[in-house]
Design a protein around this ligand. Structure first.
Ligand SMILES: C[S@@+](CC[C@H](N)C(=O)[O-])C[C@H]1O[C@@H](n2cnc3c(N)ncnc32)[C@H](O)[C@@H]1O
Length: 199
């Protein structure tokens, strides 16, 4: 007798390939902001040194800004199409095309880590370990509270819950935390923003 139906799990490699195809298509067809995110502009100077990691760097708008401020930047993203924008022009940006579901952040390596408009909860502890003492994380990404009403259930994994980010980084010294509509987003989506220093 058949008691349960096994639904095969989508293999990790297939999902990664799909993500890469999806984002490559987006970067080919859509236009994305090229201005540095305000939160990066406002807080990057708190970093104690010039070694940075940009998580899900996209078209590189934030990595380029940091490189122009003298940082050496490891910029990680799954889409190589977004990277084309900047890799050749900025020798102090090290573009790494990788899946952040698997990527290992070097321990105690960075003065500044950016995570803008991307969420992978697996990375929360690795971001903290990846910073040098006194290193700074700037995290800015979508909140679920308002978007939930129009967001399909499976997309909620990519949205923060209220105060979730704050709790995840409580071991650090919190410099700034805010949950608010973001004027840079077309739909005025709510974003959570956190700036914190490793003690
Ligand atoms: C909304 S964009 C944000 C880009 C950039 N941080 C910015 O603020 O402009 C999200 C980025 O996450 C990248 N991404 C999505 N899934 C990924 C994964 N599994 N590993 C690495 N990058 C991924 C996409 O390619 C895309 O560039």
């Amino acid at each position: 007798m058949l008691t349960s139906i096994e639904i095969p799990k989508k293999c990790h490699e297939c999902r990664m390939k799909q993500d890469r195809i999806k984002w490559n298509e987006k970067y080919r067809k859509e236009s994305f902001p090229t201005e540095v995110a305000s939160v990066v502009k406002n807080f990057y100077h708190l970093a104690p040194g010039k070694k940075a990691l940009d998580i899900a760097a996209g078209n590189g708008r934030n990595a380029v800004f940091l490189s122009q401020k003298g940082f050496s930047v490891d910029a990680v993203d799954i889409s190589e199409v977004g990277f084309i924008e900047f890799t050749s022009r900025f020798p102090n940006i090290n573009a790494i095309c990788a899946d952040l579901d698997q990527f290992e952040i070097a321990t105690g390596h960075y003065d500044l880590i950016l995570n803008v408009k991307f969420l992978n909860r697996r990375l929360f502890p690795y971001i903290q370990e990846g910073l040098k003492p006194g290193g700074v994380v700037i995290f800015h990404t979508l909140l679920g509270s308002k978007s939930d009403k129009r967001t399909p259930e499976h997309c909620r994994d990519y949205l923060l819950r209220t105060n979730e980010l704050l709790h995840a980084f409580l071991a650090m010294r919190i410099i700034y935390y805010r949950e608010a509509e973001d004027p840079e987003m077309k739909n005025l989506d709510e974003m959570a923003t956190l700036v914190a220093v490793k003690q």
